[in-house]
Ligand binder design. Structure first.
Ligand code: DHB
Ligand code: FE
Length: 280
């Protein structure tokens, strides 16, 4: 049977892709941020997943504002990256696992999550940069990937509570897959940030740190907040952090915290790296 080894959180900011491209990891601005990834990279190597499910948001590369599914699952054997601006070089295509994707889609629909299925999907910095931060820049990726896109761009966006429930359904979907497949789930994006308007540059370090603690130990805590409250506190793009709850919901309630690191500011955000491991 498939097994969820654990979950991991990561920033997706475009500047990370450019820092990796230009080998800036040891520069004073970047060093502490990238050092926070080292224990996560080590854990991931040992976890040796066959498949990584990346919960992320598209920023207009695959879905534009005319058509935005609330939740969309990649159901392809390959996902291409493309030039979306930001000076980011398109990365090598990411192998998928269409068979597992369709199993997940079927199970989610049975559990009343009527997910949009995508047999073609361009993946943007939201998906690519967490993988690059954790695996490096590679010509061939050593793992299969499944993109799970959450709309946090065009309102109305789903609630934190809905994301946690989706995660629980995702966990059941994966664990009912009959193949021996090791799965790790990435919750990406966040944390507090606002990219435009009068409050551009807003970061709430205290709230970010509290969110990391609570998402690890008591994720239901986050569901007390409405999306307006989350955005008031963490900025309009701070809402991205609700995607972490999809990852968290798919893990065991008592998943063990293996690593936690917070750094702010990096580009315009507070960035959190966290590793949680299921206990068998
Ligand atoms: C930044 C953050 C994002 O989430 C994003 O999608 C683009 C840019 C930033 O901090 O610069
Ligand atoms: Fe973003």
């Amino acid at each position: 049977m498939a097994k969820i080894i654990g979950g991991l959180t990561s920033s997706h900011i475009p500047a990370v892709g450019n820092a990796i491209e230009n080998n800036l990891q040891q520069e004073p601005y970047w060093k502490r941020f990238f050092d926070g990834y080292e224990p996560a990279k080590e854990w991931l190597k040992k976890a040796a997943p066959d498949v990584v499910i990346v919960v992320y948001n598209d920023h207009g590369l695959n879905f534009f504002l005319d058509k935005v599914p609330t939740f969309a699952l990649g159901c392809a054997d390959i996902y291409e990256n493309a030039d979306e601006g930001w000076g980011l070089k398109p990365q090598a295509p990411f192998p998928g696992d269409a068979e597992l994707s369709w199993h997940i889609a079927e199970s989610l629909v049975e559990q009343e999550f009527d997910i949009c299925t995508c047999q073609e999907m361009l993946v943007d910095h939201g998906f690519v940069n967490p993988l690059r931060a954790l695996y490096g820049t590679l010509k061939e990726w050593p793992v299969k990937t499944i993109p799970l896109a959450v709309n946090v761009v065009q309102h109305p966006v789903p609630t934190a509570a809905r994301c946690l429930k989706l995660g629980r359904a995702l966990g059941k979907a994966i664990e009912s897959y009959p193949e021996d497949t090791r799965v790790v789930i990435f919750g990406t994006g966040g944390m507090s940030h606002q990219l435009q308007g009068e409050r551009a540059g807003l970061i709430d370090v205290d709230f970010d740190i509290e969110c990391m603690d609570k998402i690890a130990t008591e994720p239901e805590w986050f569901t007390q907040f409405s999306n307006s409250e989350i955005m008031r506190r963490t900025g309009t793009e701070g809402i991205e952090t609700i995607m972490w709850l999809v990852m968290r919901g798919a893990l065991q309630d008592d998943a063990k915290l293996i690593h936690k690191h917070y750094h702010a500011p990096i580009s315009n955000t507070g960035a959190g790296v966290m590793v949680l491991e299921n206990q068998y």
